[in-house]
Design a protein around this ligand. Structure first.
Ligand SMILES: Cc1cc2nc3c(=O)[nH]c(=O)nc-3n(C[C@H](O)[C@H](O)[C@H](O)COP(=O)(O)OP(=O)(O)OC[C@H]3O[C@@H](n4cnc5c(N)ncnc54)[C@H](O)[C@@H]3O)c2cc1C
Length: 397
């Protein structure tokens, strides 16, 4: 076998997962070539919530300070009843939360976060970024793997990491489990200037209004310049859709049955775009010899735990750690990575669905039960419930 570092590691995909992986490898002195399908590296203009586990990953990847600098630190996760417009409960994210999980809870603009990761990659001599490079398949032998590009060119490396998202080409060969599952949930996103947000709702919180078959999420972003609005309607949409522009009237159609105060948030949105959400059942087959999957390519999930990107960041931490720990045989490292990440990510995938059903979208008695159960919990109870998730790091469990 040739020395393992004679060839670079190939990474398909330049989203949060792919960039984080390149940084993690560079921290361990491993060279990589990142191959991105799009003509430019970037992210959609929307927000993202980051649990304490994401901040641990930023430190590990060497971007802790820069990532911390662009987050808004919200005080609460707030749960509202979208029918009564009453608060059901909230989770305090102040000192007790930070002391418990050793890191904060933050919200960031995706573009800002992606920009921090991208800049760190561009500045690292061990990372090469190539755009307009769609990986359509791969071939491997005992010593190397060759990524086949849509352009007809080939790139050879020691390993191939499929960080190519929900519709991963790499997964087609590794897991061969068909297309993603269409959830039937439609999500609409809008980012509005803070002045356009109803004044009495400009809370320093990630707020969730839970209603029958629908919910609304909002939080401030980018130094409070804007508010992120994400509203979801379980309308049994049959086909996947990504980023289609829609009018306010169309968005409002799924929210006629909720309290006027909650509906009003939607009226303040602008330039709404819609996504029909997809996920997958967990499968254990992420690795094929010198090839593995990471982030949404490995474990796409509904966003209800706000953890898809956090899991991708943890994956990058774990993979880098394993490649460093098993320098003699990187195929063993990939297998250890898969074994360590599978149960944790599968748990988040499945619980994300369950949260949708039992907390975000129930109606009638089911909703009254939710309100009673959630209202009875203290912040400390929520910390205990979430310790397995927010206390994780990607390095264990
Ligand atoms: C509405 C919504 C809200 C969310 N909110 C949160 C949240 O609050 N917190 C959180 O942690 N997560 C959240 N998520 C999940 C999070 O956005 C994803 O889990 C995360 O972005 C996945 O990153 P990734 O790098 O694995 O994949 P992607 O972001 O999909 O990146 C894949 C990259 O690969 C490229 N690519 C695709 N195919 C190829 C190919 N064949 N060859 C080369 N390049 C390719 C793509 O162009 C893209 O750049 C949310 C998701 C949604 C839909």
């Amino acid at each position: 076998m040739p020395p393992v570092d004679a060839l670079p590691v190939l990474i398909a995909g330049g989203g949060i997962g792919g960039l984080a992986t390149a940084l993690g490898l560079a921290q361990k002195g491993i060279r990589s070539i990142l191959l991105e399908k799009a003509a430019a590296l970037g992210e959609i203009g929307a927000g993202i919530q980051l649990g304490p586990n994401a901040f641990h990953a930023f430190d590990y990847l060497g971007v802790g300070e820069a990532a911390r600098g662009m987050a808004v630190y919200i005080d609460q996760l707030r749960l509202m009843d979208a029918l009564s417009a009453e608060q059901i409960t909230h989770v305090d994210l102040g000192d007790a939360f930070r002391a418990r999980f050793k890191n904060p809870y933050g919200v960031v603009h995706r573009g800002d976060l992606h920009g921090v990761l991208l800049k760190a990659c561009q500045n690292h001599h061990l990372i090469e970024l190539r755009v307009s490079s769609e990986v359509v398949g791969y071939d491997q032998d005992g010593a190397s793997v060759t990524a086949r590009l849509g352009s007809g060119n080939d790139v050879t490396g020691s390993l191939l990491i499929g960080a190519d998202g929900l519709w991963s080409n790499i997964r087609k060969s590794v897991a061969a489990d068909g297309p993603p599952r269409v959830s039937g949930h439609t999500t609409y996103r809008s980012v509005i200037p803070t002045e356009a947000m109803p004044e009495d709702l400009r809370w320093n919180a990630a707020t969730l209004w839970a209603g029958p078959k629908c919910h609304i999420v909002h939080y401030p972003l980018s130094g409070w310049k804007v508010f992120n609005l994400v509203v979801t309607y379980h309308n049994d949409a049959p086909e996947p859709v990504a980023g289609k522009p829609v009018s306010n009237e169309e968005v409002l159609q799924g929210f006629q049955h909720i309290h006027e105060r909650a509906q009003n948030i939607i009226r303040h949105g602008k330039n709404w775009r819609l996504w029909v959400l997809c996920d997958r059942d967990p499968v254990e087959r992420w690795t094929d010899g010198r090839v593995t999957l990471l982030g949404d390519a490995a474990h796409p999930m509904l966003q209800y735990f706000a953890q898809g990107a956090c899991m991708a960041l943890e994956d990058a931490v774990c993979l880098s750690h394993m490649l460093d720990a098993y320098p003699e045989d990187h195929t063993v490292a990939l297998e250890r990575y898969r074994a360590q990440r599978f149960a944790r990510t599968a748990r988040v995938q499945l619980l994300s669905r369950a949260i949708g059903e039992h907390i975000y979208h129930p109606s009638g008695e089911h909703a009254r039960l939710r309100n009673a159960v959630m209202a009875a919990k203290t912040s400390e109870d929520f910390y205990n419930d979430l310790a397995w998730l927010y206390g994780g790091t990607g390095l264990a469990g």
